[in-house]
Ligand binder design. Structure first.
Ligand SMILES: Nc1nc2c(c(=O)[nH]1)N[C@H]1C(S)=C(S)[C@@H](COP(=O)(O)O)O[C@H]1N2
Ligand SMILES: [Mo]
Length: 433
C-alpha cells in the first residue's frame, strides 16, 4: 500500500475506534444497502490495486459499481477481530473458540447474526423506544430517559444463537452453518426490562412480549420486519434481562444492535432484539416473523435424524441447553510440554452449571475441572484444569458440563429439522511432540 492508501485505511480504523456508528454508516451502510456505485469512480484503478495489494489482471472486465469481495469483507467486519464470515448479506460471522478465551467477551470478538440489514441511522441522542400494547401507560422513551428514570445496571450476559452448532447436523439442516462460535458473554449496561414494564403497568391479559427493531428486511420493503420475536411475560419479568445501551463500557457495536438492544441471557439469541424501537405486550403468543412455522422450534418428542415431522408437533424453544466450550488450547495446537492448561466456559439457560469434566482419553476417564460461579445470573462460568499428557502423540481434549438440574451434555446430537440446540461435547485436537 502507498502511504496515501495506508492513511485511508488508518483513518477507517481510527474512525472505527472513535465513532463506530459513524464508521459503519460510512462503510458498512454502503455495503449493506447495496449502494456500491461511486467506489471505483472515486478511487480509480490504481488506488483499488493499492488497497488490494495487487494489480488486477482482468481489470477491463471488472464491472463498475462492484466492490472487490476482499475489501467488502474487510469493511463488513470492521471493528471485529478474527471472526469467520459465514455470509455477507445478511452479515453472519462467528468467533473461533480459541478467540473466546476471555472471561468477558470483548466487543471485537462478539459474533454477528443479522437477519436483515442494519438501520442506516443509529443515533443514540434521537433514538426512541416505545412500550405499548397491553400496558396501562404506553410510553416512548429516549436513551436519556431510560438512564434517568430507571436503575442502570451492568451485567455479564451470555447470548447464544439457537442455531449454534448447526454445521454438525447429519442429515444437514438449512441455515447458517455455525460451528461453535455463535456465543459470547459481553458485559452489558442498561436498565432492567422488568423495571420498564412495571413502570408501564402490565395489564393482566398480557401473556407475551413482542420485540421490534429498526433493521430492514433483505427485500428492502418498507415496514417489513426481518425478525420480531417475543417471550412469555413471566420470563420478561425476570431480573437479568436488560435493555442495553453499552457493551463492555462503550456504545454497542453497530452490528450488535447500536444504539439500543434487548439482552435475554440463556434463551435463543433471537429473543435479544437489536436496534430496539418497540416492545408491545400481547394476549396471544407473539406471531411476528421467525415466531411462527418451524422457526426457533423443535419437535416436542424425540425424533429420528432426517424424520419428517408435522408442523403441529413443534414447540417454541425456551431456554438453551447445558453446554461448554474449550477455549484453550486451540484445536490443532502442538504443545512442547506434557502439562497443558485446559480452559473454557460453560452455561445452561436459566440455570447454573455445577460441574465440568475433562477427558484426554476419548471419554474413558474424566477429571473434574476447577469451575467459577457465574459473576452474576445470566453469565457463563469459566473453568480450567491442568492436564498431564502421559507421552508424546495425538490427543483429544473433551469437555462436558453438567447443570444444576443434573442435565449433562450428550455425545450425540439431538437431531431436529432446523438444526437448533446442538449442545454436544466440544472436542479439541492436540499434538504433544
Ligand atoms: N433486530 C434484530 N435483532 C436481532 C436479530 C436480527 O436479525 N434483527 N438477530 C437475532 C439473532 S438470531 C441473534 S442470535 C442475536 C445475535 O446477536 P449479535 O449479532 O449481537 O451477536 O441477535 C438477535 N437480534
Ligand atoms: Mo440466532
Amino acid at each position: 500500500m502507498s502511504d496515501n492508501q495506508d492513511l485511508k485505511h488508518q483513518n477507517l480504523l481510527e474512525l472505527y475506534e472513535k465513532d463506530p456508528v459513524e464508521a459503519d454508516r460510512v462503510f458498512l451502510g454502503r455495503v449493506a444497502h447495496n449502494d456500491r456505485r461511486g467506489f471505483l469512480k472515486g478511487a480509480g484503478l490504481a488506488t483499488l490495486g493499492g488497497l488490494l495489494g495487487a494489480s488486477i489482471p482482468f481489470h477491463r472486465n471488472f464491472p463498475s459499481g462492484l466492490v472487490p469481495v476482499a475489501l467488502a469483507e474487510e469493511d463488513i467486519l470492521a471493528g471485529k477481530d478474527g471472526l469467520t464470515l459465514l455470509n455477507d448479506r445478511p452479515v453472519n460471522a462467528e468467533t473461533p473458540p480459541h478467540l473466546l478465551d476471555d472471561a468477558i467477551t470483548p466487543t471485537k470478538r462478539h459474533f454477528i447474526r443479522n437477519n436483515g440489514l442494519p438501520p442506516e441511522e443509529m443515533n443514540p441522542t434521537t433514538w426512541k423506544l416505545t412500550i405499548d400494547g397491553l400496558v396501562d401507560n404506553p410510553m416512548t422513551l429516549s436513551i436519556a430517559d431510560l438512564k434517568s428514570k430507571f436503575e442502570v445496571v451492568t451485567m455479564a450476559l451470555t447470548i447464544e444463537c439457537g442455531g449454534n452448532g448447526r454445521a454438525f447436523f447429519n442429515p444437514p439442516a438449512k441455515g447458517n452453518q455455525w460451528t461453535y462460535g455463535a456465543v459470547a458473554c459481553s458485559e452489558w449496561t442498561g436498565v432492567r426490562l422488568k423495571d420498564v414494564l412495571n413502570a408501564a403497568g402490565v395489564k393482566k391479559e398480557a401473556i407475551y412480549t413482542a420485540h421490534v427493531g429498526a433493521d430492514t428486511h433483505l427485500s428492502g420493503k418498507e415496514g417489513k420486519l426481518s425478525l420480531s420475536r417475543g417471550m412469555p411475560i413471566e420470563k420478561a419479568m425476570t431480573d437479568d434481562i436488560l435493555i442495553a445501551f453499552e457493551q463492555n463500557g462503550a456504545p454497542l457495536h453497530p452490528n450488535n444492535g447500536a444504539p439500543l438492544r434487548l439482552v435475554v441471557p440463556g434463551w435463543p439469541g433471537s429473543c435479544s432484539q437489536k436496534w430496539l424501537t418497540r416492545i408491545y405486550l400481547r394476549d396471544i403468543v407473539h406471531d411476528g416473523p421467525k415466531m411462527t412455522g418451524t422457526a426457533y422450534r423443535v419437535p416436542n418428542r424425540p425424533v429420528e435424524p432426517g424424520e419428517k415431522i408435522d408442523k403441529k408437533d413443534f414447540e417454541i424453544i425456551h431456554r438453551m441447553p447445558v453446554k461448554s466450550l474449550v477455549t484453550a488450547p486451540a484445536t490443532g495446537a502442538t504443545v512442547a510440554g506434557s502439562e497443558v492448561e485446559v480452559r473454557g466456559h460453560a452455561w445452561s439457560g436459566d440455570r447454573t452449571v455445577k460441574q465440568v469434566d475433562v477427558s484426554i482419553d476419548f471419554g474413558t476417564t474424566w477429571v473434574t475441572a476447577d469451575l467459577d460461579a457465574p459473576v452474576n445470573s445470566g453469565a457463563w462460568q469459566n473453568w480450567r484444569l491442568k492436564v498431564k499428557l502421559p507421552e508424546k502423540g495425538y490427543y483429544e481434549i473433551w469437555a462436558r458440563a453438567t447443570d444444576s438440574e443434573g442435565e449433562m451434555q450428550p455425545h450425540a446430537i439431538n437431531w431436529n429439522p432446523k438444526g437448533y440446540l446442538n449442545n454436544t461435547m466440544h472436542r479439541v485436537a492436540v499434538r504433544y511432540s
